[in-house]
Design a protein around this ligand. Structure first.
Ligand code: PMP
Length: 655
C-alpha cells in the first residue's frame, strides 16, 4: 500500500486485533513466524513495541517521512513504549528519516507479486512449468465443482453475518494451530477494516460445501485500481478439500478473477519467496523491518552501488545512469504513474517496459549454470549481468563506455566484422592480429600483448570459422593484458568445450557476451547478455539507452528459459545435423575443405567458389559468402533436414 492512509487503516485493524487503542505488543507476539527477529536478544523480543508507519498485514507500506517518524517517536514516549517497529518497508524506499531517528534495518525477505502479463495458464506454464500449471488448474476445477464461491464486498458484510462469523472462526482456529493464539483477523479487526477507508475496496471470498464455509479469503484492490492485494486466507482443516492444494487453487481462481476484471497483478504478501514463486510470482521486492530498540547495532549497509570499474573513463565516471534506469528497482505496479507522458487509453502497450530485470537475470544465470561447461557461473549474480538489444549492441556499449579516444581495439580476423565496424565508427584505432594455424584457431598472443590494446575482442566459437580458440591462450591473454578482453560466445551452446562465463567473477577485465538469438531461437526478441563484474556493468548501464528490452521480449525470454527442454533438444539436434552435413560435405566434389565447427554453421572452402555461389543463388538458397574474409569460402547455417538436403542437392548440380 503506497498511501499512508491505507497503511493507517491496517494499523487501526491491528490495534483492534490487539485490543488496545495503540498498535502495540511484544515482538515475540507480533512477529511469531518472522525470521527477521530470530537473531534478536530475547529481551528485545519481549519488550512492548509500538508498530508504526506500516502494518504487519500482507501489504507493505511506504517508508515514513521525517515528520511521521517524529510523530511516532513522540507517541512511543507518551505511551512509555520503549521500542518502535516500522515493518515491511521496501528496500528501494528512502530510509533516511528512519536511520536519522536511530532505526536499524532487519532483512525481512521480499514481497511477491504475480504480474498478469498474459493469459493465466500461459504465464503459469512459463513461470512454474506445464506440470504444475495443469495441477493447479485441475485442483481449481475440481474444487469449483464441489464448492460454491461467493464474493462479498466488505462494506456489505452486514448483510451476510454467517460469512463474518465463519471468517472469524476459521481465523481463530488457524491462530490456535499456529501456537500463541495471536489472531490479527479477529472479529474486532474485521470490523475495524469494514469501518475504515479500505472497506469499499475489500472483498471477502467464501467457499461453501452445502451450508458449511470451508474457506475464506480477503482481497483489497489497490488504490490505483490495477491490482489486488491478497490479505489472508483460512481453510477448514476438517473438510476433505483441506487435504488438496486448496490455498493454491484459491489463488489460481483469484488470478482468473483479476484478469477477467482487467487487473494487472496480484500481490501475495511478504515473507519467504520460494513458495510464492511456485504460485506464479515473478516480481520480488526486498523488504526490511526497521526497529528502534535499545542495544541494536546498525548492520552493514547492503545493496550499495558497486564501485565503478577501473576501466571506466571520463565522462562515463561522472555521468549517472540515465533517469528511468537509475530508479529501475523502484517498483511501480501499485502507484498511479503520471510521470511518463504516455497515453493511458490504448492498453498495455502504452506503458514503457519494465526496467527491473533482476528476476530475469537470475533466471538466465540459473539456466546456464545447469548447462555443461558452465562451472563457476553459480558465483554470478544479477549485478554481473546486463541485457542489451542483441549482443552486438553490447559491443557498441562496451566500446563507448570503456575505450577513450586514442585507445586501441584489437580484433583477430577472420572474425565477425561488426567489432571492427563499431571501433571505426567510434573513431578508435584498430589493431588487427590475424588468427593462425590450419584451423584458424590460434591467437598470436605475443603480438596482441605487444600492441597493448585497451580492448581485445575474441569470438569463440569464431564466426565465420566455427572453431574454438585454444583455452590456454585465452587465459594467458586475460591474465597478461593490461586491457579488457571481450569474448563473444554467441554460439557457445553448440560447443562441447566450456564457456568462459565462469571466469567473470575472478577477472575484472573480462566481459563475456552471450545472446538469445542463436541456440535459444529468439533472434526476434533482440536479447543480448553481457556478463562482467558489477563495476563494468554499471559503466555499460550509464551508456545504454533505456527501454530497449521490451516487455514482449522479456516475456519471450522468460518463457524460453523456464521451459528450456525444447531449446536444449533442438541444440542436440542441430549438433547432430551439423556433424552429418560436415561428413557429407567433406566428400563432396564441389568442396575443397570443411573447417571443424563447434557452432551451428559450417565454413566450407569451394573449388569453384563463384560458380557454386551463383548456382546456389539460382536454386533460391542463401548462404553467407564470406570470401571477403577467407578466400573461396562460404558459411552454411545448419537448417532443418529438408533445407540441408536442398543445399546438398543444389551443390551436386553445381559440379
Ligand atoms: N556475435 C556473433 C559472433 C554473431 O555471429 C552474431 C550474429 N550473426 C551476433 C553476435 C549477433 O547476435 P545478436 O542477435 O545477439 O545481436
Amino acid at each position: 500500500m503506497r498511501r499512508p492512509t491505507d497503511a493507517e487503516a491496517l494499523q487501526q485493524m491491528l490495534s483492534a486485533a490487539l485490543g488496545s487503542r495503540e498498535p502495540a505488543g511484544s515482538l515475540a507476539r507480533l512477529g511469531r513466524d518472522d525470521g527477521a527477529f530470530t537473531a534478536l536478544d530475547p529481551a528485545v523480543l519481549q519488550r512492548l513495541t509500538l508498530v508504526g508507519g506500516g502494518a504487519l498485514y500482507n501489504p507493505t507500506s511506504p517508508a515514513p517521512t521525517a515528520r511521521s517518524v517524529d510523530d511516532l517517536v513522540r507517541r512511543a514516549e507518551m505511551l512509555d513504549v520503549p521500542q518502535i517497529l516500522v515493518p515491511n518497508v521496501r528496500r528501494t524506499d528512502d530510509p533516511r528519516a528512519l536511520r536519522a531517528a536511530g532505526f536499524v534495518p532487519l532483512a525481512a525477505g521480499a514481497e511477491s507479486i504475480v504480474r498478469l502479463t498474459g493469459d493465466v495458464d500461459d504465464i503459469l506454464r512459463a513461470r512454474v512449468g506445464g506440470g504444475r500449471q495443469r495441477a493447479l488448474r485441475r485442483c481449481h476445477d475440481a474444487l469449483s465443482r464441489d464448492l460454491t464461491r461467493e464474493r462479498i464486498r466488505l462494506s456489505e458484510l452486514d448483510g451476510a453475518p454467517w460469512a463474518r462469523e465463519a471468517f472469524v472462526e476459521l481465523h481463530r482456529r488457524r491462530a490456535e494451530r499456529h501456537g500463541d493464539g495471536h489472531n490479527p483477523y479477529s472479529a474486532e479487526a474485521l470490523d475495524a477494516l469494514a469501518d475504515g477507508v479500505l472497506a469499499d475496496r475489500t472483498e471477502m471470498i467464501v467457499r461453501r460445501r452445502g451450508d458449511t464455509v470451508v474457506q475464506v479469503a480477503l482481497t483489497v484492490r489497490s488504490h490505483n485500481g490495477r491490482g489486488l492485494y491478497h490479505l489472508t486466507q483460512a481453510v477448514d482443516q476438517d473438510d476433505p478439500a483441506a487435504g488438496s492444494d486448496l490455498h493454491a487453487a484459491a489463488l489460481y481462481g483469484l488470478y482468473l478473477d483479476a484478469q477477467h476484471s482487467g487487473l494487472h497483478w496480484v500481490h501475495l504478501g511478504p515473507g519467504e519467496t520460494e513458495g510464492k514463486r511456485r504460485l506464479g510470482a515473478d516480481l520480488f521486492v526486498p523488504l526490511d523491518h526497521w526497529l528502534r530498540a535499545e542495544g541494536l547495532m546498525a548492520r552493514q549497509e547492503a545493496g550499495a552501488e558497486p564501485e565503478l570499474s577501473r576501466f571506466a573513463a571520463s565522462p562515463v565516471t561522472t555521468v549517472p545512469v540515465p533517469g528511468p534506469a537509475r530508479s529501475r528497482h523502484q517498483p511501480r505496479f501499485d502507484t498511479i504513474d503520471l510521470s511518463s507522458n504516455t497515453n493511458p487509453f490504448l492498453g498495455a502497450g502504452g506503458s514503457y517496459p519494465h526496467l527491473d530485470t533482476t528476476e530475469l537475470a537470475d533466471t538466465y544465470l540459473d539456466t546456464i549454470s545447469k548447462l555443461p561447461g558452465h562451472e563457476g557461473t553459480g558465483a554470478l549474480t544479477a549485478d554481473h549481468l546486463l541485457f542489451s538489444s542483441g549482443s552486438v549492441d553490447g559491443v557498441m556499449l562496451l566500446l563507448a563506455a570503456l575505450a577513450s579516444p586514442g585507445e586501441s581495439v584489437c580484433v583477430t580476423p577472420p572474425t565477425f566484422p561488426l567489432y571492427a565496424h563499431f571501433a571505426r565508427l567510434l573513431r578508435l584505432p584498430l589493431v588487427e592480429v590475424p588468427l593462425r594455424g590450419d584451423d584458424l584457431s590460434e591467437l598470436d598472443t605475443e603480438r596482441i600483448l605487444a600492441a597493448d590494446p585497451r580492448v581485445t575482442i575474441l569470438c569463440d566459437p569464431n564466426n565465420p570459422v566455427g572453431t574454438r580458440l585454444d583455452p590456454a591462450q585465452v587465459r594467458a591473454l586475460v591474465t597478461g593484458t593490461r586491457g579488457l578482453v571481450v569474448i563473444d560466445e554467441a554460439y557457445v551452446e553448440f560447443s562441447e568445450k566450456p564457456s568462459y562465463a565462469g571466469l567473470v567473477a575472478e577477472h575484472d577485465n573480462l566481459i563475456v557476451l552471450r545472446t538469445l538469438s542463436k541456440a535459444w531461437g529468439l533472434a526476434g526478441a533482440r536479447c543480448g547478455i553481457a556478463l562482467a563484474q558489477p563495476g563494468i556493468i554499471d559503466a555499460l548501464r550509464r551508456v545504454q539507452v533505456p527501454f530497449g528490452f521490451t516487455d514482449a521480449s522479456q516475456s519471450a525470454v522468460r518463457d524460453r528459459l523456464t521451459n528450456a527442454r525444447r531449446a536444449l533438444a533442438s541444440i542436440r539436434h542441430i549438433r547432430a545435423e551439423r556433424d552429418r552435413m560436415a561428413r557429407i560435405l567433406a566428400d563432396h566434389p564441389a568442396v575443397e575443405r570443411v573447417f571443424p565447427s563447434e557452432a551451428n554453421f559450417l565454413l566450407v572452402r569451394l573449388h569453384k567458389h563463384e560458380r557454386v555461389m551463383e548456382q546456389l543463388h539460382d536454386a533460391g538458397i542463401m548462404v553467407a559468402d564470406v570470401s571477403f574474409l577467407i578466400p573461396a569460402t562460404c558459411r552454411i547455417s545448419i537448417g532443418n533436414r529438408r533445407a540441408n538436403d536442398a543445399l546438398l542437392a543444389a551443390l551436386s548440380d553445381a559440379v
